[in-house]
Design a protein around this ligand. Structure first.
Ligand code: AGP
Length: 602
């Protein structure tokens, strides 16, 4: 979603630095961009639709020497992506950039029109800018104006603000949208996330909700909502700028797929071999809910299967956007597990806050260290996957699945159902995952071959049963989001209840059967689609590789492991089929249209 960066410096390069920062925020998703900078006399605003390179071109024709700039990438919510709606917005004495949504903008707009304000754009942000200008005119004080304005705004926001009469100082605040303050050698930053500033500094502080910040090139001062100064410690980011480079790969997505073997081995080492979270006592809760969005929800479905089937614990999985309005489900004896790569997903944050209000204990499975979710949960289990830049998650998802595997193993131990023999089998499985996963990923020619069979089709179906059904959902989402191919994922037994009417001559059906108990059932369902003309791509384990020529046109053979790792091997193959298909279709793989990496609005 929108990215913001503000930089005030002792040098004259704030525009260049802010633009570099914007480029590092591109992964969040955007459709226009803009910058405001102090040219020594005035605040200049330049905006452009589309890629940041368009903004770059416009700036190249200007003198951009400047000691202070605020810049923005916009992911359109209110009004189409065009220059008028792009940020920064300027009204009266105020120029600002905003990430979030102002929910009461329509009523505020009417009120401001009645006070004589006029509006150029369709955005909620221009209304917030006018409202702040109004508050500034009422209070005559920049910080007080910001405090007053936020009292009147409903919704989510991270703001970087500059005032006409103090254009080298940035004022900032946030609610439900992320913002970090960075401390560099030549100046200071306020940006959506650490990736925007890592080329210049790894020292930062987090702003809590209801806090306000005044940032000059020399000093950063934090205030509470009564404008008392507060002390803030700085932190050092463990991620570095090199992790934000493609390092020779064609796409971030491919690089991140290749980072999975190490990341997964790291999870098993940290959380299984050295079990660092054995303090979660499943027996002390009467129910477990797992809540997340998108791929993280798909990881939760694998988690549910493992916890129920092996840990013998009933689990409910729900998408966060629904769960957040379902308060009657939550009691003080509920264990809520929220799953989020970014740790900033608005619906997931709302779900966890609701559960905490209701007295539930909340565990987070989170990648981004220091993110909102990691800070607000009772216990955070980090996935330590490192920065994920491609909008389509890969290592983010598989590391979440790996954490669920270790949670299920812990539940088995707690419930006394982990026999020595089973423990040994699983241990061997976990210890050998790195090389097995590497082999699956290295089978690139096969995935390209399969992609050639499907990239001209408009519809693809994924089917599987049990744990494979959960993995199908992720495989289908990957294909949709990066290749823009319509695809649907079905429990294999469910297809015949309606959707099979869509299968016609040549329709690609990707079926997964790694679960021994359900293998024959799934094969019957594949045959039903074959009988109706489907092109069958079959994903199974090496136990069945010689028995499937009758119903598979293309075959992906995976090493047979246990359910604690098999979904990770399976999904890696599906990630690469989606990747190669998107490449053949000429799609923008790392930044698919309409999508945002971090969905910070409801
Ligand atoms: C998947 O590739 C996505 N881009 C998306 O579904 C994502 O998983 C979802 O928005 C949740 O994000 P989170 O893990 O950062 O909370």
């Amino acid at each position: 979603m929108c990215g913001i960066i503000g930089y005030t410096t002792r040098k004259n390069n704030s525009v260049e630095v802010a633009l570099n920062g914007l480029k590092n925020l591109e992964y969040r998703g955007y459709d226009s961009s803009g910058i405001a900078f102090f040219d020594g006399q005035n605040v200049d605003i330049v905006k452009s639709k589309g890629k940041i390179s368009n903004l770059d071109e416009k700036l190249a024709t200007m003198n951009t020497d400047s000691c202070c700039a605020i810049a923005h990438t916009r992911w359109a919510t209110h009004g189409e992506p065009n220059e008028t709606n792009a940020h920064p917005h300027h009204v009266g004495d105020v120029t600002l950039v905003h990430n979030g949504i102002i929910e009461n903008y329509a009523e505020l707009k009417e009120e401001l029109i009645s006070k004589g304000y006029t509006f150029q754009s369709e955005t909620d942000t221009e209304v917030a800018t006018a409202y702040l200008d109004y508050c500034y005119k009422q209070t005559g004080d920049k910080l007080k104006a910001l405090v007053e304005a936020t009292k009147g705004l409903r919704g989510s926001y991270a703001f970087d603000v500059i005032y006409n009469d103090e254009p080298a100082t940035i004022y900032a605040t946030r609610k439900d949208s992320p913002l970090v303050i960075g401390y560099a050698h030549d100046g200071n930053f306020a940006a959506s996330d650490i990736s925007a500033i890592l080329n210049y500094t790894n020292k930062y502080s987090l702003i809590n909700e209801g806090e306000f910040v005044k940032i000059t090139r020399d000093i950063v001062t934090f205030y509470d909502s009564d404008l008392n100064e507060i002390e803030k410690k700085s932190q050092t980011a463990s991620w570095d700028a090199a992790q934000y480079q493609k390092n020779g790969y064609d796409h971030f997505m491919l690089k991140e797929i290749y980072e999975q073997p190490k990341a997964i081995a790291g999870i098993f080492d940290r959380y299984y071999t050295n079990c660092t979270y054995s303090d979660i006592d499943f027996k002390s809760f009467d129910k477990i809910h797992i809540v997340a969005c998108g791929s993280a929800m798909h990881a939760a479905l694998v988690g549910k299967y493992l916890l129920q089937t092996y840990g013998k614990i009933p689990v409910m999985v729900e998408v966060a956007s629904e769960y957040r309005y379902n308060e009657e489900l939550i009691t003080p004896s509920t264990l809520l597990i929220v799953v989020s790569q970014s740790g900033e997903t608005a619906d997931t944050i709302a779900a966890l806050r609701l559960a905490k209000e209701k007295g539930a204990y909340v565990v987070g499975i989170v990648n981004a260290v220091g993110s909102t979710i990691s800070r607000e949960v009772d216990k955070c289990i980090y996935t330590y996957a490192g920065p994920e830049i491609a909008v389509a998650t890969t290592k983010g998802y598989t590391t979440q699945v790996a954490v669920f595997s270790t949670l299920a193993l812990m539940a088995m131990k707690q419930n006394g159902v982990l026999t020595d023999e089973k423990a040994q089998e699983i241990k061997e499985d976990l210890l050998s995952i790195e090389s097995k996963l590497q082999n699956v990923i290295d089978n690139r020619d096969l995935y390209l071959d399969i992609a050639k069979d499907i990239y001209t089709h408009n519809d693809v179906f994924f089917i599987g049963r049990g744990i494979d059904s959960a993995v199908c959902m992720e495989g289908s989402l990957k294909l949709k989001e990066i290749s823009y191919t319509h695809s649907e994922s079905y429990s294999a037994g469910e297809l015949k209840h309606g959707t099979i009417s869509l299968i016609e001559e040549g329709t690609p059906v990707i079926s997964i059967a790694t679960d021994e108990k359900l293998y024959e059932k799934t094969v019957s369902n594949i045959k039903e689609t074959k009988a109706r003309g489907s092109f069958s791509i079959f994903v199974t384990t090496d136990m069945h590789k010689d028995q499937c020529s009758e119903f598979s046109d293309k075959l992906v053979v995976l090493p047979k492991t246990t359910d604690f790792t098999e979904p990770i091997l399976t999904v890696a193959a599906l990630q690469l089929i989606a990747y190669e298909t998107a490449k053949l279709r000429g799609c923008d793989i790392d930044k698919p249209r309409n999508l945002a990496k971090s969905v910070t609005v409801e």
